[in-house]
Design a protein around this ligand. Sequence first.
Ligand code: NAI
Ligand code: A1CAB
Length: 276
Amino acid sequence: MTPSIAFIGVGNMARAIFSGLLASGYPAEKIIGTSRTPEKRDYYHDHYGIAMLAENELAVSQADVVVLCVKPAQMQSVVEDFAAQVREDQLFISVAAGIELEALSRWLNTDVAVVRSMPNTPSQLGAGMTGLIANHHTSAEQKSWVSELFSSIGHSVWVEEEEHMHTVTSLSGSAPAYFFRFLEAMVKSAAAQGLDEKTSRELASYAMLGAARMVIELDEPIAQLRKNITSPKGTTEQALLSFEASDIDTIVADAMTACSNRSKEMANDFSVQKNK
Ligand SMILES: NC(=O)C1=CN([C@@H]2O[C@H](COP(=O)(O)OP(=O)(O)OC[C@H]3O[C@@H](n4cnc5c(N)ncnc54)[C@H](O)[C@@H]3O)[C@@H](O)[C@H]2O)C=CC1
Ligand SMILES: O=C(O)[C@@H]1CCC=N1
């Protein structure tokens, strides 16, 4: 039987996941969303055909699987508000950055299966990448169902150590924004060279997509793929020399470290020590 899934907090990430699920054939009548805003409830019901409820408690009581999609700062009060409704046969999946399994289990206050995920917004096109880790109440069967769920909207990877979720956040959860920022800079530079935005956007984004596909589909080191484009005394060499002059490794490492560090700070804010 297809499990019913409740999305608590319907914003960017919840919409990305359930629209990906619907596109992959998940039945709309098995999806519930919650929102406190009547207009948003009407909109999501009308556009996606899913049930939209005002009460998180009611949605949780009707679901087999609950996907927690509110912002990290809201998570504790949202979860504690419905914790009395939780049944031990349910499965909870959090998408929140920085919130550890221990904190989620503490707020749920029941020996229930909890999966911490770090998805990304390309999930809405079936092109997502999600990092996953589960608590010890999660059965092998539940983990396999979660793998299938996230595979229907892209790819997923289980990590061994919860600490690795900080790195996952900086590598795939937040990373689409880095690539958008890179594209924005490219389109801006092309405009300065006189090319219109629509044409620049198409040229640069297909170059990005093609490069990503080469990394994924060809079994070659990334550095070799780069070298294959870089003719001695050619054009690419000049662009890459410019990146090296700006110390691209440091620019990227600093950004990824800042991202992971913020995730660690958020974990610390909700840790058991801090909440004693
Ligand atoms: N946006 C992204 O690319 C990613 C986001 N995440 C995680 O997803 C979660 C949500 O992020 P976004 O979707 O970007 O934020 P968002 O602000 O778009 O969505 C959160 C939604 O929760 C709703 N909400 C707040 N309190 C509520 C309550 N008591 N009951 C019901 N709904 C409530 C808000 O109205 C909002 O629509 C965060 O925890 C974030 O860390 C994870 C990976 C990627
Ligand atoms: O910026 C954030 O906190 C969320 C988590 C990963 C992507 N967006």
